[in-house]
Ligand binder design. Structure first.
Ligand code: NAP
Length: 492
């Protein structure tokens, strides 16, 4: 069995080799240590990978595989991920800084994703559509050919799997572009996909700068769909290129999600859930509950408990099982988060806790930032409107339900929402009025691959996950089968 190990080459058109781009150093953000050196892909590599992918997808050896045969390969990928779970989780922790408990869960979810799409593929049916004349009608999904999958640095193996598994299940080749800073686990995944028996040219992993390698993927004429997860500005730029090519695009973008605590909530549950929602993954989560709405009536009590909870969180390296809040994924990102908290101070924010780097000398080498809670800002402050993507939450008091809904929806984003209440009628009412693709009620940040995931407004277009994701990597073709023995009447 191949060990994924620490990759030093990239996977282009079925071969392991250095890319033709710039040297790339992968850094452990807990220590600043360089853990791998690779050479990034260049646009020439994208071209080679796209051509080889198109040929491999059209090759009868892959194209004519029956669904259950393709499913068997995907199941094997899931099994291999599980067999290498410890190694993959550690690799992702070392490259992203995330706590091991989280990366283990992400690896488990990636294995489950491959198995889920194997099962979905085996059970997908293509119905005959209702007959409306002397002909039978049916509509069949066909592979697109080559698809691009562009992922961010916060949860690489899980976001890779959510694109690669349904795209392969649908019969495509995939060009995977992981974030420049965190390509290692995506390269390790490619080793396992090949070991499982998937024809090697069907998955190229092309690390490198988004503006070079990602751009080349989006523009390549052989690429017929892109599934993108990342920031809203990048999504907008890719969307414009995709529109010019008439190419379908799924985009999962940023968020500034409201977490709402009502005064009848179980406050132990709500405090734990709000802390988890904003500070797990060191806040580097698209669905982070970064705007915390609390009724005026319980504001002081709730905020006191929240701040006490945030102060108790254990900040430390992801490799230490006791750590709850690891470093930010890169030093540059840590500095960006620090600058955004300084800007919040200039906007008039009260810093309730955190607001700086830890003074523990053990953490001095890493890209750490303390869990930070702010309040005292109006909803239209930039801090309340723009995504920080770090361990920073802003608490906002509200008067009544209408005031809450108006302010919670007053954002360009619409990704997620959390509601803490014992009143199920109110939960239903509020959940239906909030602009969000996902609403958690008395829980937060829980996921099922079987449940569709999408954003509203500037949080994205299209849907990932759910069994229908396979169909989103296909083109539809309708067939009419004439049943009459006689010629068509018009010409007779
Ligand atoms: P990003 O800068 O948009 O990058 C995402 C990916 O796109 C990276 O692989 C990046 O490459 C690439 N990229 C950048 N510019 C590109 C271009 N012009 N053409 C093609 N690809 C390009 O986002 P990020 O900072 O890595 O990730 C954080 C963002 O992702 C946050 O906004 C977060 O909310 C969002 N996110 C959303 C979801 C969701 O499901 N809604 C999930 C996770 C994260 P480089 O590595 O070179 O920049």
């Amino acid at each position: 069995m191949t060990s994924p190990g620490v990759p030093d080459e990239i996977h282009v058109a079925g071969r392991w080799r250095p890319g033709r781009g710039n040297p790339l150093e992968c850094v452990d953000p807990a220590t600043g240590e360089v853990i791998a050196k690779i050479t990034a892909a260049a646009p020439e590599d994208v071209d080679e990978a796209a051509r080889a992918g198109a040929a491999a997808a059209a090759d009868p050896a892959w194209r004519d595989l029956l669904p259950h045969e393709r499913a068997r390969l995907l199941t094997r990928v899931g099994d291999l991920i599980e067999q290498h779970a410890g190694e993959l989780a550690l690799l992702q922790t070392r490259n992203t800084g995330k706590a091991l408990a989280e990366t283990r869960a992400l690896v488990g979810s990636a294995a489950g994703t491959f198995r889920f799409y194997a099962a979905a593929l085996e059970t997908t049916e293509t119905p005959l559509t209702p007959q409306r004349g002397p002909y039978l009608t049916m509509s069949v999904p066909e592979p697109i050919g080559v698809v691009g999958a562009i992922t961010p640095w916060n949860s690489p193996i899980a976001s890779d799997a959510q694109k690669v598994a349904p795209a392969l299940a649908a019969g495509n080749a995939v060009l995977l572009k992981p974030a420049e800073a965190t390509p290692l686990v995506s390269l390790a995944l490619a080793r396992l996909v090949v070991e499982a028996g998937v024809p090697p040219a069907l998955l190229s992993v092309l690390p490198g700068k988004g503006s070079v390698v990602g751009d080349a993927i989006v523009r390549h004429p052989a690429v017929g769909k892109v599934s993108f997860t990342g920031g809203t500005d990048t999504g907008r730029a890719i969307g414009q290129l995709a529109a010019a090519k008439f190419m379908p695009l799924t985009s999962e973008l940023g968020g500034k999600s409201p977490t709402i605590v009502f005064d009848d909530a179980d406050l132990d549950q709500a405090v734990a859930g709000v802390l988890y929602g904003i500070f797990s993954s060191t806040g580097q989560s698209c669905i982070a509950g970064s705007r915390i709405f609390v009724p005026e009536r319980i504001y002081a009590v709730f905020v006191e408990r929240l701040v006490a909870g945030a102060r108790r969180l254990r900040v430390g390296p992801g490799t230490d099982p006791a750590s709850q809040v690891g470093p930010l994924a890169t030093f540059a990102h840590r500095d960006r988060v620090a600058a955004l908290v300084d800007r919040a101070r200039e906007e008039g924010a009260n810093v309730l806790c955190g607001g700086g780097i830890p003074d523990d000398p053990e953490l001095a080498r890493g890209a750490y930032y303390l869990p930070t809670l702010l309040d005292g800002l109006p909803n239209d402050a930039r801090t309340c409107q723009e995504e920080i993507f770090g361990p920073v939450g802003v608490v906002l008091p509200f008067r009544d339900e209408d005031d809450l809904i108006a302010r919670a929806n007053d954002t360009i984003f619409g990704l997620a929402c959390g509601i803490w209440t014992r009143d199920y009628r109110r939960a239903w009412r509020v959940a239906r009025r909030i602009d969000a693709g996902t609403v958690w009620i008395n829980t937060y940040k829980q996921f099922s691959i079987a449940t569709p995931f999408s954003g509203m407004k500037a949080s994205g277009v299209g849907t990932d996950k759910g069994r229908d994701a396979i169909l989103r990597y296909t083109r539809q073709k309708s067939l009419y089968w004439g049943l009459d023995e006689a010629p068509l009447p018009w010409a007779t």
